[in-house]
Design a protein around this ligand. Structure first.
Ligand code: ATP
Ligand code: MG
Length: 578
């Protein structure tokens, strides 16, 4: 993967951009106007989630694509809830979805107007169009049982059979449909279908159902309706009503496109749509290794308390990624970099992490954290003496100034920075070796203390008073090792959570595999760390690079004033699977 830092925001060509460029060239959508007669932008896209769960990284792809195209072509992207399934939808989901889209950096305002829509706002119009389809002989009420209907649907390679209700007169169907609406029947007793072709090789054209009876409370329309339109019927009509030009969806909808076109053409013939009709285009959904993007399976992780909720930092939900410290900029960069294609594939998680590092490296202030502390005692350092050390806030941005932290006789260092018997190539602390205490002094290791079990409990060293970093004397010391530390008396003790991938299998649910067998038991580790004292000022969502350890964020929920706790966003280098 190339890491071109210079042009992260120049969008690469892709087949959708080519289509839009061609449509702009031939003026296909140029002449449209809204209901007030105002000209419409050429490019109008939409992001149409069903409010039945939390958005995840796959949705982010769709959001970046739809809102990104609208932005780049001076168009508009509508935010639309596809809320036609009353049983599974809730206001809670509507709220979190809107919040997630905003957080990703997009909005649905255009020229001072909000373009937030709900398919349920179109229930009246959808109903009127259904009556029209019946009257025109394009739709009929089917009263077969669910079993009969399934049996008569046929199979791939085997044509279906016409329902015995298919030749019902429009008047009879209309009467039944009105009585369905009036609540005279139970769920499943009748269904409204369009009349296309029961022998079509495309199953989606075998008289698809467009309305069903559902005696259920809807989160927006309450009990006003007991019949609800099907997704395949609602979606194209919502697109046309909103003057969408390019209706972008994932590949599994390819076989639905003929019905999309059929429906809009028949309704246009009935006078419902007078302008250029929207077109559906399909792209390959985003699959990321080690990640699950099925709402149903993510819900299972939450319900079975395998994770600590939808916003668990290990979750690929937008709320989880936000809590983890991932940034909207990095997510946008990732969606752009992975491109838009027509064939399914898996993107490696390391690509996402790379985007995250690229975004944070130039921004994140540096700080010191000791995650697995071991005591270092500088035997010749005067008792009670405290000397300030300084280092830049950011190594490449002198203008951001310096930070300072004290050194004293007793320090915390990383346990792994000492070895009593060094392995080959080890150049950190071991008896007789010299290292630099980063931004401080050069010290020489003299030995260690052990407990009754032989565990090292403290390391001893002596320091060279003329070796302080940034002073002239420091040049006289050439050492290979450079380790970080914090003064015990001045350190901030804090909880730090270290995350790893949630699954050990790169394709945890591919081919119907049981993803729960691939759970990584070490996906979350909580340590008590010692941080440079200035970290007590960190505010929720503040991000840092803890030198040598990676990028960290002050947890937005659990941090308290003066006492933040941190999540590791990503390590400094890609160390996974190596
Ligand atoms: P479910 O997991 O319940 O099947 P869904 O992915 O179909 O959910 P929707 O709320 O219908 O969820 O999705 C909203 C939009 O996001 C759709 O246009 C869908 O195509 C797109 N989308 C969902 N998952 C992905 C993905 N992995 N990659 C790209 N786009 C996606
Ligand atoms: Mg869906």
């Amino acid at each position: 993967m190339s890491t071109d830092h210079s042009t992260p925001n120049v969008p690469a060509a892709n087949f959708l951009r080519n289509i839009i460029d061609a449509d702009l060239g031939n003026g296909k959508y140029a002449q449209r106007s809204d209901s007030q007669g105002q000209p419409l932008p050429t490019v109008i896209t939409r992001f149409p989630p069903e409010p039945n769960g939390y958005l995840h990284i796959g949705h982010a792809k769709s959001i970046c694509l739809n809102f990104g195209l609208a932005r780049d072509y001076a168009g508009r992207c509508n935010m639309r809830f596809d809320d036609t399934n009353p049983a599974k939808e809730e206001q809670e989901y509507v709220d979190t979805i809107l919040d997630s889209v905003r957080w990703l950096g997009f909005n649905w305002e255009d020229a001072g107007q909000s373009h937030l829509h709900y398919a349920s706002d179109y229930f009246e119009q959808l109903y009127t169009m259904a009556e029209y389809l019946i009257t025109a002989g394009h739709a009929y009420v089917d009263s077969q049982s669910a079993e009969e209907m399934a049996a008569n649907r046929g199979n791939f390679g085997e044509p279906g059979k016409n329902s015995r209700f298919r030749d019902r007169s429009p008047a009879e169907s209309l009467d039944l449909f009105r009585r369905m609406k009036a609540g005279e029947f139970k769920d499943g007793e009748h269904i409204l279908r369009v009349k296309i072709d029961m022998a079509s090789p495309n199953m989606n054209l075998r008289d698809p159902a467009i309305y069903r009876i559902r005696h259920a409370h809807h989160h927006r329309t309450g009990d006003a309706w007991c019949i609800y339109p099907m997704y395949d019927y609602t979606h194209p009509i919502s697109d046309a009503l909103e003057n969408i030009s390019h209706s972008i969806c994932t590949l599994e909808f390819q076989d639905h496109r003929p019905f999309y076109d059929w429906l809009l053409e028949h309704l246009a013939a009935g006078g419902f749509f007078k302008q250029q009709l929207p077109k559906q285009y399909e792209f390959a959904r985003l699959n990321v290794t080690y990640v699950i993007t099925s709402k149903r399976k993510l819900k299972q992780l939450v319900d079975e308390q395998i994770v600590d909720g939808w916003d668990d930092p290990r979750m690929p939900t937008i709320v989880g990624m936000r809590r983890r410290g991932f940034t909207p900029e990095a997510i946008q960069r990732f969606c752009e970099r992975t491109g838009v294609t027509k064939s399914d594939g898996w993107i490696d998680m390391s690509v996402f992490e790379g985007c995250q590092r690229e975004d944070l490296d130039p921004k994140a202030p540096r700080a010191i954290a000791v995650l697995r502390p071991l005591k270092l005692i500088i035997d010749n350092f005067p008792e009670n003496e405290v000397i300030e050390c300084t280092s830049p806030v950011h190594p490449h941005h002198a203008e951001r100034g310096n930070r300072s932290f004290p050194i004293s006789k007793e320090l915390w260092i990383e346990a792994e920075d000492f070895m009593e018997v060094p392995s080959k190539g080890y150049f950190r602390l071991f008896p007789g070796n010299k290292v630099r205490l980063r931004y401080g002094f050069v010290v020489e290791c003299t030995g260690c203390d052990k407990d009754a079990e032989g565990n090292v409990v403290a390391v001893h060293c002596t320091y060279f008073a003329d070796s302080k970093s940034g002073t002239e004397g420091s040049a006289n010391y050439k050492v290979k090792g450079n380790i970080h530390w914090v003064s015990i008396a001045h350190a901030l003790k804090a909880e730090v959570r270290l995350f790893d991938r949630l699954f050990t299998d790169p394709n945890p649910d591919a081919g119907g595999k049981d993803f729960k067998l691939a759970l990584n038991p070490n996906a979350k580790e909580v340590v008590t760390a010692y941080l440079e004292q200035g970290m007590s000022q960190a505010l929720p969502d503040d991000k840092f690079q803890f030198e040598r350890h990676g990028y960290f964020v002050a947890d937005r929920i659990d941090s308290k004033p003066g006492q933040p706790c941190f999540n590791r966003i990503v390590t400094l280098k890609d160390g996974w699977g190596k």
